[in-house]
Design a binder for this molecule. Structure first.
Ligand code: ADP
Ligand code: ZN
Length: 670
């Protein structure tokens, strides 16, 4: 380069979208001007990359003579100071490098390279012709709307919209968007599962006459590109997206809605580990804007924040119109087993009700949160259980694919009837049901029923979900057999019966949220029944009819269950009363992983209010051939758990063969 040394070139810090990247120094030639938030093109190693100009002062630890010049500044794109603040905060909270967060913010290939052919202009959204047709709201809905609209002018606030399924939470939050849009600001609606997006988008369109901008992983590259540019330029007024849409560089975000805030799908478990709902609240705080959390079964964390006065809480206590929450009954499977009624997965009371329901032209949902045909296959001759060679997990029988599959690594082998171990023929037996097996049973017992199986194996994306939902609404389906994919959000007017094959699934196991999670899920599934005029009925099949989770579903006393759960967490000093983090060590070398975990333990932080558990092999001790060990750290809420870990990590040398994953506020303990 021909720039003269003596020219007072500006020295800037640039973050590059590379997974390890921190801040790199570059010079700006006097012909260019680069401000924080600008995107600049730089040489990095042998590549040309676009990076973000950072706002902080840089320590001059590299001499100017070693620095390279930026080669260009991308016109018309600039990240607001708020986006930079969020980037910094998210990196620090998740303990990920800045570059890894930036990578998520610009996660569209070649987003900064101008297109050769300009695209057609999209239908403008948020133009004055947006039609805020309103509705007739009931008094509680009115009160909720007035309250939230009032919050919008006040900067940061978090409001829990706590209302039973069908009480009109969606109607309420759609209505308050108008206030945000009137201020020329953008609104983000987060959904736990993107299969729900078309439904909400459709309601939005019907109500306001324009379509929202969508953001999720099944968009094509060119759709992503268009959405990204619209969001970044401020053209997109309403964005509906999955958790990753939190990271987009909004031009001026004015409010965030987190629908089904309790949903564990907000927790990202791979790559950068984060809890989308918590990040949404943080983003609202950094931008001084309101955040609405909506749920019929709020998380204990959120309820705790309401009780301690951090969040507001508004209740919607009745279903809109005439609909009532369905009647819930238990089917005691212990009784049935005693009466040797064990031939079928669908018990007699449920089967009778199923027949009655279909006979009068109504629809039923049979719920079982298990993909495939059977979760376990064993050999009758030698007792061998079919296991994944790369993971400590059983292989799941998937008849639909003709394969036994591992749900952790995807390893599969063709279905067989001969035992690989002892060679016995026709000796392999399927144990326990998955949804495919329920479909088979219904076909055998009720051959005239038209069924649809809904699981991630049959419904792969939002379009497929919309297609099947249309069939259900059109009455081409009598019985839906589904996993948790169907539990959420869907609204089928004539669905009046829900049967839960195994209400105990998820109640056992070492997960601190097991009860809470099961309660939320069962409540949500139950809420699928009787959403309009016709009353709904729910049958829960169980071996533990006295379990508090089931008892509270029967009595309908959610708050009693919640306060019991809250008490238990308090007694155990568990979240939300304390903070947790997991350190997960993994490696192909068993000895190295164990040695590293033990080395960490030797340097563990010692203080009376800090608890360190482990190290121990993870319950899933091998995944994809990698051995895994875990340490669990608990600190008081008043302490920054990240600082404790940062300090800790400095004391231990981690061999290159071992990976250490840090999970702040873990939801999975496997
Ligand atoms: P939630 O989000 O709490 O489950 P929804 O907003 O989906 O509830 O409302 C449930 C049903 O009741 C939907 O069909 C919705 O259109 C209808 N509904 C709720 N409130 C109103 C209202 N004020 N006017 C008309 N329909 C309403
Ligand atoms: Zn596997």
């Amino acid at each position: 380069m021909s720039h003269q040394k003596e020219s007072p070139d500006q020295r800037i810090g640039v973050i590059l979208p590379v997974p390890v990247g921190q801040v790199y120094d570059y010079l700006v030639p006097s012909s260019l001007k680069a401000c924080p938030g600008n995107i600049v093109t730089v040489e990095f190693g042998r590549q040309k990359l676009q990076g973000l100009v950072w706002h902080e002062e840089r320590e001059a630890d590299i001499s100017v003579s070693k620095l390279k010049y930026i080669s260009d500044v991308i016109p018309d794109i600039s990240f607001s100071p708020e986006n930079l603040r969020f980037l910094k905060w998210a990196a620090s909270y998740t303990m990920a490098p800045l570059g890894a967060i930036l990578k998520m913010m610009v996660s569209v290939p070649n987003i900064f390279t101008p297109l050769k052919r300009p695209r057609l202009q999209l239908s403008p959204l948020g133009d004055p012709d947006i039609n805020f047709s309103t509705r007739v709201f009931n008094p509680q809905q009115k009160e909720a709307i007035a309250f939230i609209k009032n919050q919008i002018s006040k900067g940061y606030s978090v409001t829990l919209l706590d209302g039973i399924t069908g009480s009109g939470k969606t109607e309420v939050y759609l209505d308050v968007l108008s206030e945000c849009l009137a201020k020329e600001q953008q609104a983000l609606i987060l959904l736990p599962q993107i299969a729900l997006a078309p439904q909400i988008a459709d309601r939005f369109e019907k109500r306001f006459g324009v379509s929202p901008t969508l953001w999720h992983s099944s968009l094509t590259q060119s759709q992503r590109r268009i959405s990204w540019k619209r969001i970044c330029s401020g053209q997109a007024k309403v964005v509906i997206g999955a958790r990753s849409s939190l990271f987009l560089p909004y031009a001026h975000l004015g409010m965030i809605v987190v629908d089904e805030e309790h949903d564990h799908a907000y927790k990202q478990e791979e790559g950068i580990i984060y809890q989308g709902r918590d990040l949404a609240v943080a983003r609202a705080y950094l931008g001084q804007i309101p955040c609405i959390l909506a749920s019929a079964t709020p998380s204990l964390e959120t309820v705790y924040n309401c009780e301690t006065g951090r969040y507001h809480r508004i209740r919607l206590e009745s279903r809109y119109g005439v609909a009532q929450f369905p009647v819930v009954s238990l089917v005691d499977l212990r009784e049935r087993t005693r009466q040797k009624e064990g031939k079928y997965w669908i018990s007699t009371p449920l089967a009778i009700r199923l027949e009655e329901t279909v006979a009068v032209g109504e629809q039923a949902l049979i719920y079982l949160n298990r993909r495939g045909y059977a979760p376990l296959t064993l050999c009758r001759a030698c007792g061998e259980r079919l296991q994944c060679p790369y993971c400590s997990a059983w292989l799941v029988d998937h008849r639909k694919y003709g394969r036994f599959l591992c749900h952790y690594c995807g390893h599969g082998v063709n279905l067989a009837t001969t035992c690989q171990k002892c060679g016995a023929e026709d000796a392999l037996v399927a144990c326990g049901p998955g949804v495919e097996r329920i479909v088979e049973e219904i076909a055998a017992r009720f051959p005239s029923f038209r069924t649809a199986m809904i699981s991630s194996d049959t419904v792969e994306d939002a379009d497929a979900m919309a297609h099947i939902a249309a069939k259900i609404n059109n009455h081409d389906i009598d019985v839906i057999i589904g996993t948790q994919m169907i539990a959420k959000g869907h609204h089928f007017p004539d669905l009046t019966l829900v049967g839960v094959i195994d209400a105990d699934l998820g109640l056992s196991g070492g997960d601190l949220r097991a009860s809470e999670k099961t309660y939320q899920l069962l409540h949500q599934v139950a809420g699928r029944a009787g959403r309009e005029q016709k009353p709904g009925h729910v049958y829960l099949q169980t071996y533990t009819p006295d379990h508090p989770v089931l008892a509270s579903l029967i009595s309908g006393d959610r708050d009693a269950f919640m306060s019991q759960e809250m008490e238990a967490r308090k007694r155990g000093n568990m979240p939300p009363f304390a903070r947790l983090a997991s350190l997960i060590f993994s490696s192909f070398h068993r000895e190295n992983v164990e040695a590293t975990a033990r080395a960490f333990m030797r340097c563990a932080p010692r203080a009376p209010d800090i608890l360190v558990l482990g190290p121990a092999p993870a319950p899933l001790s091998i995944i994809r051939g990698k051995h895994r060990w875990r340490i669990l750290l608990r600190t008081p809420r008043t302490l920054s758990i990240q600082s404790v870990i940062r300090h800790w990590m400095k004391q231990v040398k981690i061999p290159s063969s071992v990976k250490v994953k840090i999970d702040i506020d873990p939801y999975s303990f496997l």
